[in-house]
Each structure stands twice: as C-alpha cells, then as structure tokens.
Design a protein around this ligand. Structure first.
Ligand code: CO
Length: 499
C-alpha cells in the first residue's frame, strides 16, 4: 500500500477514535445520565467536538490528499477512500473551531430542553433554542458554501448531490401516488387495531424486543438495547453498535417496530467491512442517511410487517404477550400492524401516509430557511400543513411540531432521507426478490439470514466505497426509481384492503 495512504489512515483513525468517544457520551446523555449533569455534559461534548475538528482539519491531511489525487497505481478502494476523505476534509476546514464548539454546546442544550418541552407540551420553552439551531445552521451553510441557498447546502450533507428542487420533484411524484392509494383504501372497509389500548408492561415489551433482535440476527456481543425518549442507533466502535427503543404501556407495537427499525440500522453498521486495511476509517462508514433508512425501513416494513414474517413469528409473539395477547390472532394482528390511517405521529405512521409526514417537514423546513416561515409561527404552520396533507390537526404541540428530536439537534435537511430510504428500500427489495425468488417462503420458514446475507453482500459490506447513486445502479442495475415503492405499496395494500 502507498505509504501516503497509510499515513492518511493513521490520521483518520485518530479522528474516528475521538468521534466514538463522543458517541459514548452522547449515548449516555440520552439513556442514563442524571438530568442535572446536562450543562457539564454539554461542555464535555463540545470539548470533544473541538478535538475531533482539530484532528479533521490537520493540514497534513490536505497535503496528503493533494499528493494522492495525482498519484498513479492506486487501487479502487484507495481511490474511493481518497474521495470520501476529501469530501469530509473540505467540509471541516470551512468551519472555524469556535463555531464547531458553539454549535455542539447549543445542540446539546437544545436537545435536553426539547425533551422537557415535549413532555410539558411547551413550545414556548423550546422556541428560543429552535431559533438558535436555525440560525446556527444558516451560518454553517454560509461557511460551507455561501453561493448556494442554505437549505441546499444542508440537504447535501445528508443526501450527497441533492437540492431542494431535486427532492421537491421526487416528492411530488410520491405525493401523487400516496394520496391516490390512500383514496383507494378509504373507499374500503376500515381495519380496527386489535393492539390499541391493550396494557402490556415494559418488562414484557423488553422481552419482545430482545426476542426480535435475535430473529433479525442482531449480534448481542456487539451491542445492546436501552430506553430513550426517541429511539436511535449509535456506533461507539466497530464492535459496539447500540440501539434504543421506548415502551408505551398501552401500545406495544411501538416498541416492537422501533426495535426492528433500529436493529435494521445496527445490522447495516455491523456489516460494514469494505476492506480490512480500512477498518475504523471513513471508508468503513455508512454512505449516507437515506441508504441507512433504506435498511431500517426494509426490515421494519417490507420484512417486519409482511405476512410471511408473521406466519413464522406470531406464535412466539403470542407466547411472550401471554394474557395480554388474548383475542389477537395472526390474521387480526397482521392487519392491525398494516392498518392505514392518517395519524399525527410520524414514527407510528403506516407505510402509505409516512411519506406525507416527511413531505410536511420538508416543506416546513424549506419555508424556515427561505425566510417565509418564522420560528414563532411553527405551531400554527404545522397544524395547517397537517390539515392540508393528512386532513387532520394535532390538538397540541407535543403531538405536533415538538414530536421529533431532529430540529433540537440541528438536523435540518435530514427528514427527506426517511422517504428516500423507503424508495431505495423498495428498489433493493425488488432486486432481492428477482435474485432470491423464494425469499418470502424462506422468511415464512424462519430464514431471515437469507435477507441479511443479501443485504450484507450487496450493500452493508461496501461501506462508503460507492456514492449512493453508484450503489443503487450497481445493486439494481438502474438509477433510483420512485415507482418501485409505488408498485410495492399497491400490491401489498390491494391485498389487505381488497381494492
Ligand atoms: Co431510522
């Protein structure tokens, strides 16, 4: 291997090390940290962010990149590695260290304020922090690329190459068919949710979560499950990929499907292994958020809400539920977890209306950043947007604009990844089905490893070796096509609702 590559890897690994230490503190903050420790934790995280930033902007990295970009005889992996390091280096060197620490501190405090504001349904308490995070992101975008609209710069951070315009165009196609399918469903007899209002204690739900992590082949000696306000997956190291869930005692499917979703994220992280020489470097990281979501949502919905999956696993679920599961059978459970109905909470939305929740946030964020929406008007704008897209209005902000953690973290531009993830997921699934035609009967027979192995070989293992568009072309033979998701939805829901 080129000695300059070896040096680049050494410098990059120092950065990864700091990032993983920061992830441990971040994980602890969301799970076990006592509430009074928040200010100190914010300082600790800001200090580490500053340190990570120093590592990332080391001028030696810039010199090595320049030398390597014109070097000959490099392998494909070495070239891919240089590309991802370059993208990150250019981004980091544009942000002053003082800004990075200011941002980290503000985000940490905004997150804990949000959690409390959500609990108390108190938008006013969160409003100044939301304003700060918007302002900081405007500044961040201006540092990164002053020539582009701020929201375009932010979108590109999560989905490389995307713009407000390109996403709006994909979403207008998706919106049309989602509204159309929803219309078909509403003409049919509606489904009652057999799980609703059924009391299942947290311990039982924890056992259910643990069981399904096993079904998905989540590696227990490389991670763990804990509880947080908003479920998430975090990578603390190549062999430490943790997930969280939350237990609603009157609605157990929330924790069940959150756990499957986060396991899907974790399986991706656990399966990244493009090349042993690049362990703990940027080549061994996930490509982007939408590909990440394609994995979590594929497991949660395409596999986890399929008939085949429950033909195999319903008996075990029923045994775990015990008395609390009385009256639930395979048929009414399968229908309940696939019930389509406009609702208020994105993370609990069905597959058909989910995309509309994402479009709502995308349009509100666009308005926040083009200046047409003021932060203080968010609660009203949110209610109007929900009325327009889903035909319902939240009775409070807790179930409205305070429901998601993302804005408190400053993750503006992130939400589109969720919907793009559905589109990528459906396209990957169509390819998987073509290559493994009996996949559904395998799942029904308890073989989820066939799914995992296919995803590992085709997607997980590559890490950041390809760009998202290269990967989708390589795996499926064509660029991203929103019609795969449409076909998947129509086929599945025509059967369930009989249209
Ligand atoms: Co996710």
């Amino acid at each position: 291997m080129h000695e300059k590559i070896a040096r680049l890897i050494e410098l990059d690994r120092a950065h990864t090390l700091v990032a993983h230490i920061g992830a441990i503190l971040g994980w602890d903050q969301e799970t076990y940290m006592p509430s009074k420790a928040i200010e100190e934790r914010a300082e600790q995280l800001a200090f580490l962010e500053g340190l990570a930033h120093q590592k990332a902007v080391n001028p030696e990295i810039g010199e090595l990149l320049t030398a390597l970009e014109s070097a000959e005889g490099l392998s494909d992996d070495e070239r891919a590695y240089i590309r991802v390091v370059r993208r990150d280096y250019d981004r980091e060197t544009k942000l002053p260290e003082s800004f990075v620490t200011e941002y980290a501190k503000a985000a940490s405090i905004a997150q804990s304020t949000w959690a409390e504001a959500k609990q108390n349904d108190d938008f006013n308490a969160f409003q100044p922090h939301l304003a700060t995070m918007v302002e900081l992101n405007r500044r961040r975008a201006a540092y990164l690329n002053p020539d582009l609209p701020a929201y375009d710069v932010l979108l590109d951070l999560f989905e490389p190459g995307s713009t407000q315009k390109s996403i709006a165009s994909v979403f207008s196609t998706m919106r049309r068919y989602l509204v159309d399918i929803l219309g078909e469903i509403r003409k049919r007899p509606q489904i009652d949710d057999i799980c609703e209002g059924r009391r299942v204690d947290a311990d039982t739900q924890a056992r259910i979560s643990e069981y399904f992590m096993g079904v998905l082949h989540y590696e227990r000696d490389r991670g763990r499950l804990d509880i947080s306000a908003h479920p998430f997956t975090t990578t603390l190291g190549g062999n430490d990929v943790r997930i969280t869930t939350r237990y609603l005692e009157d609605y157990f499917p929330t924790s069940l499907f959150s756990t499957i979703h986060e396991s899907g994220h974790a399986l991706y992280e656990m399966g990244i292994d493009p090349n042993p020489a690049f362990r703990a470097t940027k080549l061994s990281e996930a490509i982007c958020m939408s590909i990440h979501e394609s994995q979590s949502r594929l497991w949660e919905n395409i596999v986890g809400r399929s008939r085949a999956f429950w033909e195999r696993n319903f008996t075990a679920l029923s045994a775990l539920l015990g008395k609390a599961g009385q009256g639930i059978d395979l048929e009414n459970f399968f229908k309940s977890v696939n019930r389509v109905r406009p609702s208020l909470i994105r993370t609990e939305a069905d597959e058909v209306t989910y995309g509309l929740h994402v479009i709502a946030r995308f349009e509100l964020e666009s308005a926040l950043f083009d200046g047409s929406l003021k932060v203080e008007n968010m609660p009203t704008a949110w209610r109007e947007k929900y009325k327009e897209l889903l035909g319902i209005e939240p009775p409070n902000d807790r179930q409205g604009c305070l429901q998601d953690v993302h804005w408190s973290m400053g993750a503006f531009g992130y939400f589109p990844s969720y919907a793009l993830g559905n589109l990528y997921g459906a396209q990957f699934w169509a390819t998987l089905k073509r290559e493994v035609p009996d996949i559904e009967s395998r799942i029904a027979g308890g073989d989820t490893l066939s799914v995992l192995n296919w995803l590992r070989a085709n997607i997980h293992t590559h890490g950041s070796r390809y760009t998202p568009s290269e990967l989708v072309e390589k795996v499926t033979g064509e660029p991203l096509d929103a019609r795969y998701f449409e076909r998947y939805l129509r086929e599945k829901y025509a059967k369930i609702y009989g249209f």
